[in-house]
Design a protein around this ligand. Structure first.
Ligand code: AMP
Ligand code: MG
Length: 495
């Protein structure tokens, strides 16, 4: 494959100097007739890339995996993991190829092409991704970023007429995704499972030194470093789970190979933002047991951290130390969660009954499947209006059928807010309760248009989702309830 020389990016090797144990050289397989589907101007600028790149045929070709950027060195990495609670053995980047890491104003970033062809870890897969799932990952990563949720990012989507066979024939696409690191819990599990403890040690060192410099200063030997990593990832995962639960995000496939060591949302597959609140919602059509139901996510985060700890045990050595680090999850998660939910309610201080206030609200919403994003946005406005009007909470109670129960809750809430400045509180709430989330039907509409060659909705939806707390009056319809047909959308792992 010819290398291009038009662009000078400052490439670094993937995994620093860890070498072949971690990743195999693997050039992307060219896709015919690539086209731009969408690109992310906000991330482009943040990475210090020029607008000109996205008008250039050779950069297009590189982002589709059809040619190589000068200096890049394409690699696929190996990992293993627990899938649906069962040890699945070796997996790996079956359809993701890293071009390498680049120096950017955001620090070192790994640029990975998802769907760029088979790798040594593709097993029976074709190494490809379809347009539908690539648009979903592109939009959702940026929607999460817009909401302030830790996540990998997405720079662009390219498409091709090449056929890809799933439940039906679809066309191929490639998402260029970007993250400081795509290292997963499963990477550690992999090397521990094959008894290559030296590799686990090197990977710990790499992650801590490259991505957690504040830990590197204090964790001086291998044992301290592994323990510090476990503690840090425990904290980040607890924080991530609190973010997911607060924004109403269901990941759908929380296997350990989809868990980021940096605590980022990773691998967007059958995810879904809740429309009507349903604590037991299962977004993944293939998840028959409901292992990854919305309400179970924090618990699964903890389960997955146990797998990580298990892989680090040969280095940490003392079980008590590892258990202690894991145990902190039990107070970290509820604290993060309460903090996020108090923000949503506009409560700037903490009171003992706050947790009950939140739980009672969620159980009312759950009983009536009240629209989750709409409830919070309306509540934010109502609080502001309550300083002038005694009917301020009408739009909120309109969302409920059983008015007595919600009226009683609103009364408790108003009592709780009594000492706060309503206008300021409302403003704060509007900064954390989004007007726009990537509801399933919005993604679906943009995908339907894209399948017909019209990519305009993908691009305009991206802009709205990147600033989801702004009003965007021209897109009012995207802030409303999901239409009836949205409940029929089935999302499976097939992507
Ligand atoms: P996921 O459930 O998407 O995280 O995928 C689990 C594993 O299967 C990972 O190792 C993926 O890289 C791999 N995989 C998923 N889809 C494909 C595909 N179409 N071709 C090759 N590997 C795949
Ligand atoms: Mg995955």
């Amino acid at each position: 494959m010819p290398a291009m020389t038009n662009f000078t990016l400052d490439w670094q090797p993937k995994f620093g100097n860890l070498g072949e144990t971690f990743a195999s050289i693997c050039p992307p397989a060219p896709l015919p007739a690539p086209i731009w589907v969408a690109h992310n101007e906000v991330l482009r600028d943040a990475l210090g890339l020029t607008e000109h790149l996205f008008k250039d045929e050779s950069f297009l070709s590189a982002m589709a995996g059809s040619s190589l950027l000068d200096g890049s060195s394409p690699k696929a990495s190996v990992y293993s993991g627990h899938q649906f609670g069962v040890w699945a053995g070796q997996l790996g980047d079956g359809r993701a190829i890293s071009l390498g890491e680049i120096q950017t104003p955001l620090g070192v970033q790994d640029i990975q092409l998802k769907g760029a062809g088979p790798t040594p870890y593709s097993r029976r897969g074709d190494g490809r991704a379809v347009l539908r799932s690539s648009i979903r990952e592109f939009l959702c990563s940026e929607a999460m970023f817009g909401l302030g949720v830790p996540t990998t990012r997405a720079l662009c989507v390219t498409g091709s007429p090449a056929k890809v066979y799933r439940e039906e024939v679809e066309t191929a696409a490639v998402v260029a995704r970007v993250s400081p690191s795509f290292v997963r819990f499963g990477h550690f599990e992999h090397f521990a499972s094959i008894g290559n403890i030296e590799a686990v040690r090197s990977l710990v060192k790499h992650v801590v030194e490259e991505h957690m410099p504040s830990l590197a200063e204090h964790a001086l030997d291998d044992k301290q470093r592994a323990l510090a990593l476990l503690q840090e990832t425990t904290q980040r995962t607890a924080s991530l789970m609190a973010h997911w639960q607060a924004v109403g995000f269901c990941h759908g496939v929380m296997n350990t190979d989809n868990m980021s060591i940096l605590g980022l949302t990773l691998d967007y597959g059958p995810f879904q933002f809740l429309d009507g609140f349903n604590a037991n919602h299962i977004c993944n059509h293939s998840d028959n047991q409901g292992r990854y139901a919305f309400v179970k996510q924090p618990q699964i985060g903890y389960w997955n951290l146990f797998c990580l700890a298990q892989a680090l045990m040969p280095i940490i050595e003392e079980q008590e130390l590892a258990l202690h680090a894991l145990e902190t999850y039990k107070s970290l998660y509820p604290d993060f969660y309460d903090m996020r939910m108090r923000e949503k309610l506009g409560l700037s201080d903490t009171q003992v009954n706050d947790r009950t206030l939140i739980q009672d609200l969620l159980s009312l919403m759950d009983k009536e499947r009240v629209d989750y994003p709409l409830f919070w946005r309306r509540l934010s406005h109502s609080v502001g209006e309550s300083s002038q009007s005694s009917h301020a909470f009408e739009p909120v109670r309109d969302l409920f059928i059983h008015r007595d129960a919600i009226d009683a809750w609103i009364q408790r809430y108003q009592d709780r807010l009594a000492s706060l400045d309503k206008n300021n509180t409302s403003k704060e709430m509007l900064r954390v309760n989004p007007k726009f989330v990537l509801r399933n039907h919005l993604g679906e509409l943009s995908i339907r248009q894209a399948k017909n060659g019209d990519y305009s909705m993908v691009q305009s939806l991206l802009k709205v989702l990147q600033t989801p707390f702004d009003e965007h009056p021209e897109h009012e319809a995207w802030a409303g309830l999901a239409p009836e047909w949205a409940s029929d959308i089935e999302i499976s792992c097939s992507s």
